[in-house]
Design a protein around this ligand. Structure first.
Ligand SMILES: O=C(O)CCC(=O)C(=O)O
Ligand SMILES: [Fe+2]
Length: 312
């Protein structure tokens, strides 16, 4: 039997970016408080009209509607880009997420949308840099999307629909619990397509937060959910903890959403050559390339350990 999850209704801090230039200090203070205490937040009052978000979701739907044969012409690669289907096994579950995803760098149709997501990201980076005592453009420069060595990606996700009348196997997982590797993830969701759950890093005492208390985050039009990633945790000398999150597998037809879920995650990941070290120098300096490689290796090592345990 799948373990019972404990839930609580945490408040979701909403940070508005309206009148950014004149309100920057207020926004920075709100952001630091949310990052430090709540561990995650939603951004509103940004400049991405819902129409643009919907149009990008429509692109994602068109992509995922293509045959697997066509999609397999852009396979997932070690460069962390491309298409995968039911192939991402999480160390937290030992099972492949029942979804497909397409992870892209700055390419044609999606370019305009990614630029807009980046404009929002840069505003957040300026505030975070200010909050940590760095120069305003410190994180912005380290995540310069015009640098050919940038590792930032937009990930389109499609979770497969399930039949509410059939029993969903215990092993079925939509997206297993994890933290993101990068600085900050901007997560776009469509109203009604629920399932996202979070457990802020500060409240995590068990492995992958599986025995801790989770909160459901309902998608709301216009809101961007921001997940603090491992990179920001390390770069802030652990002041801002990375946020555990997952997508719940629907099991109860009276409350859960069984339809397909589309979401989009904009992962702010650093330029390969940038140097990473927090203001207190808690950890040795490493490069953007080393940080992301180490994160990927940690993930596979944890997965192997999990698989070895499952075989016993
Ligand atoms: O689909 C979602 O809402 C979550 C996706 C996610 O966490 C990820 O791809 O890292
Ligand atoms: Fe994630």
């Amino acid at each position: 039997m799948a373990k019972q999850t404990k839930y609580s209704n945490r408040t979701i801090p909403k940070i508005s970016l309206h009148d950014f230039d004149t309100r920057i200090d207020t926004i920075a203070a709100e952001l630091v408080a949310a990052a430090e205490t709540d561990g995650f937040f939603a951004v509103v009052g940004h400049e991405i009209p819902w129409h643009d978000v919907s149009a990008q979701f429509a692109q994602a739907e068109r992509f995922f509607a293509l045959s697997d044969v066509v999609k397999s012409t852009v396979p997932f690669t070690r460069q962390n880009t491309g298409w995968e289907k039911a192939a991402q096994v999480r160390p937290s579950t030992g099972q492949p997420d029942q979804k497909e995803s397409y992870q892209m760098q700055f390419r044609k149709a999606s370019l305009a949308f990614m630029r807009k997501a980046h404009v929002v990201s840069e505003k957040l980076m300026i505030c975070l840099a200010r909050g940590l005592g760095f120069d305003d453009d410190y994180f912005v420069r380290a995540h310069d999307i015009t640098d050919p060595d940038i590792q930032t990606v937009l990930r389109l996700l499609h979770y497969f629909p399930l039949n509410p009348a059939a029993r969903v196997p215990d092993t079925h997982s939509r997206a297993g619990a994890h933290t993101d590797w990068g600085l900050l993830t901007l997560l776009f969701q469509r109203p009604g397509e629920s399932g996202l759950e979070i457990c802020p890093g500060r409240d995590v005492f068990t492995e992958f937060a599986l025995g801790d208390t989770w909160t459901s985050v309902e998608p709301i039009e216009g809101e961007i959910i921001c997940n603090i990633g491992d990179l920001l945790m390390s770069w802030s000398d652990d002041r801002f903890k990375s946020n555990f999150h997952r997508v719940r597998t629907p099991r109860d037809p009276t409350v859960d959403y069984f339809g397909p879920r589309y979401s989009m995650a904009y992962f702010n990941q650093p330029v390969r050559s940038c140097r990473i070290q927090g203001p207190l120098k808690k950890y040795p300096t490493i490069s953007g390339a080393e940080f992301i490689q180490a994160a990927i290796q940690r993930n596979y090592a944890a997965l192997e350990a999990r698989m070895a345990l499952d075989r016993i």
